[in-house]
Design a protein around this ligand. Structure first.
Ligand code: ARG
Length: 464
């Protein structure tokens, strides 16, 4: 083959210009697909042989050559060149070098359109399976931590203002359920990826008696696309995956935001260990939560990759258009970020210390038992909730002015704020104890000790 001649060069008189070559090439990122490409080519060759479309002699030679190429790429022995565009061309060109003329039978009844599609389906499937293992590990990490802290107090916030006391285990379990829903989305995107486009060829199917079910089975796919045009142009399975990743990263990012806040001197609710923090080049005292910040920052690019794919696809006419080559840039980046994100959160959770006593102080300063006082008036003194709300509000205002906490109110204070007719009011011993506020909560999913235990057991059952 002449130096400049492409494998598709028959109808061309000259090669593309340098700048166009740089725009065209995808080898700089799709070389990551080499194993999937070779695996799919071998399944294709076995099918061609089985269907008597090529001879056994040729099939055997091609498959041997493909295995050699796999070995060469693995050992970094293949030089990747922009002029050969993509991984498919590199492998086919090398095959022809090794096998000779017979190598040219490989591309029978196949197009790069179904080839790149099958490679990407395989690639994503393999990575989703890895993510599944990682995500389950994260779920266990959160669950074990929640169990360890099922009796420790924590602060529940709304508007970043102290709201009500909760259990630290309960707070952690909120993230468990978010990540668990992400696992469900991941399963869905796995199911969508588990479909073989191979055999759709350019767009309309092949002019040979191919067997798509055979290649699908060889490659471990559950099903085949029922429409060849859909098979080569579909990127829905990637959209689903990107949506999973974007949502996962929103959860990771919110968790990181909590961690960054709680780790500040102002909160001091948690302390991050040396292994998940970094120092400042000028301020010697600093120990910054960079890893949590970076995960929060990475959510931007993961969400961006989802956007990029959606925008890439929105105006594309059927079927294959070269724009689709870009999909792998978004996909490969997001796959990498997802595995860093899950691994990073696990690492942070393995190196964090919680300080519930410091939280207790703020719960008192933040009048977090106020709802319990109002509810106590409703349950024991026949006061309507609205009036109880108003009375408790006046009590909080009084405490604020007197610079005391709710659990420091005296009987005299009650008469001052609510009037002498409340003389018979009994401030029950544990009404304002933070633990009692927890204990009092009722209903499935509440933060009571009892309900948290039920929640943890249900979560365990789901994972086992
Ligand atoms: N590198 C290409 C891609 O990733 C392979 C498919 C090329 N197909 C074509 N008709 N030019 O999309």
């Amino acid at each position: 083959m002449e130096k400049d001649k492409k494998l598709w060069g028959g109808r061309f008189k000259e090669g593309v210009s340098d700048i166009c070559q740089d725009i065209s090439e995808s080898i700089s990122f799709d070389s990551a697909l080499y194993e999937q490409d070779i695996k799919a080519s071998m399944a294709h060759v076995s099918m061609l042989e089985k269907q008597k479309i090529i001879s056994s002699v040729i099939a055997e030679k091609i498959n041997k050559g493909l295995l050699q190429i796999k070995h060469e790429i693995k050992n970094n022995e293949m030089e990747f060149k922009a002029e050969l565009e993509d991984i498919h061309m590199h492998i086919e060109k090398r095959l022809i070098e090794i096998v000779g003329e017979e190598g040219k039978f490989l591309h029978t009844g196949r197009s790069r359109n179904d080839q790149v599609a099958v490679d990407t389906h395989l690639f994503l499937k393999e990575n989703i399976l890895k993510h599944k293992t990682d995500l389950k590990k994260l779920l266990w990490t959160v669950l074990n931590l929640a169990e360890k802290h099922k009796k420790d107090l924590w602060a529940g916030y709304t508007h970043t203002q102290i709201a009500q006391p909760v259990l630290l285990g309960h707070y952690l379990m909120a993230y468990f359920w978010m990540f668990h829903r992400d696992l469900n989305l991941l399963e869905f995107s796995l199911d969508e990826s588990d479909c073989s486009p191979l055999g759709a060829a350019a767009l309309g199917g092949a002019n040979y008696p191919i067997n798509r079910e055979f290649t699908a089975q060889e490659l471990g796919f559950k099903k085949v696309y029922q429409n060849s045009m859909d098979a080569v142009s579909n990127r829905d399975y990637q959209m689903s995956y990107h949506f999973f990743a974007a949502r996962l990263f929103i959860h990771i990012s919110r968790f990181c935001e909590d961690i960054i806040l709680y780790n500040s001197v102002e909160f001091s609710y948690i302390k991050l260990g040396d292994r998940v923090t970094t120092g400042s080049s000028i301020m010697p005292q600093k120990k910054n939560p960079d890893i949590a910040e970076l995960l929060r920052g990475k959510s931007a690019r993961v969400i961006g990759n989802l956007q990029s794919l959606l925008i890439n696809l929105k105006g594309l006419p059927l079927t294959y258009n070269r724009d689709l080559q870009e999909d792998k840039v978004y996909l490969m980046d997001t796959i990498k970020q997802v595995s860093l994100g899950i691994g990073g959160i696990i690492e942070i959770l393995n190196h964090v210390t919680f300080f519930p006593d410091r939280v207790r102080e703020n719960l008192r300063r933040g009048f977090s038992q106020a709802t319990d006082i109002a509810d106590y008036l409703v349950s024991n003194y026949n006061v309507s909730f609205r009036n109880a709300h108003e009375m408790t509000g006046r009590m909080v205002l009084f405490c604020e002015n007197k610079k005391i906490t709710l659990d420091e109110i005296t009987h005299e204070d009650i008469l001052t704020v609510w009037g002498n007719e409340w003389n018979s009011f009994q401030l029950s011993g544990d009404l304002l104890k933070l633990e009692s506020c927890i204990e009092r909560k009722q209903g499935t999913g509440s933060t009571s000790y009892k309900e948290l235990e039920i929640q943890i057991q249900a979560a365990k059952k789901l994972l086992m």
